[in-house]
Design a protein around this ligand. Sequence first.
Ligand SMILES: [Zn+2]
Length: 276
Amino acid sequence: MRIHAIQTGLVRVKTAQVEGRGHGLSRRLGIFTDSDWTEWLPTYAWVIDHREGVIVVDTGAAVHLRETAKSLHPYMRWGVAFEIEPDEEIGPQLRKLGIGAHDVKKVVLTHMHMDHDGGLAHFPNSQILVARGELQAARGFMGRVRGYLPNRWPSWLDPTPLDLTSEPFGPFAASTRLTQDGDVRAIATPGHTADHISIIVQDGDMAFFLAGDASYSEDLMLSGKIDGVSADEHVAFATLAAIKRFTQGHATVYLPTHDPESATRLTNRSVVAKVG
Ligand SMILES: [Zn+2]
């Protein structure tokens, strides 16, 4: 089994989105009142080259996101900016790895924010898996109010709703297998969105934790600092604590979507250090 990191361009957001300030509504409004941008951060998608077929985790950003400043939605207009070229979208990058559109058996989304579902158009032949609640939150007019872009989904999109009820996994209350022998597994990591999931790939003794936006970096996970987006602080704290507990008990390479160190950690198989 091999895992590839695919960087689909760069994104920047407000610093108050990455590390929430204060509590409650003021924490969530900080995204709009903060004038400080983060540095340009990568947006990674992941390819699991598995004997049961290729699984893609998140589809990254896409060129249409360069137009967010024209949006009427306040977050898109003032809270986020993208840099991406057409050949940085996931489809062309997969072809460079020798993986064609018909080779990808499953695409699973950690959540449906625009820089995770942006590349869906490249997968018309794959089964698309999305947590049931996430799909409901992202759909329709209310999805657009919440900052999703269902209007950018391909017309053929008909995701398979994923229900994470079958078995707890370590400190995670809910999980489901994505492969027959369970070495690729979706686990519930609610917080950033209420139905956010992460993917754990078990390869021998080592776990690769594809974290989506469960945290924006390994440091923020270890220090238990929630973001400026999560609706329920207690839920988000509990998820970061569960991830930390998992990484302290298993050799884990922790791979958030926007952590500038993620690709290097994957290459070097650098595991999360034991902390006090
Ligand atoms: Zn997100």
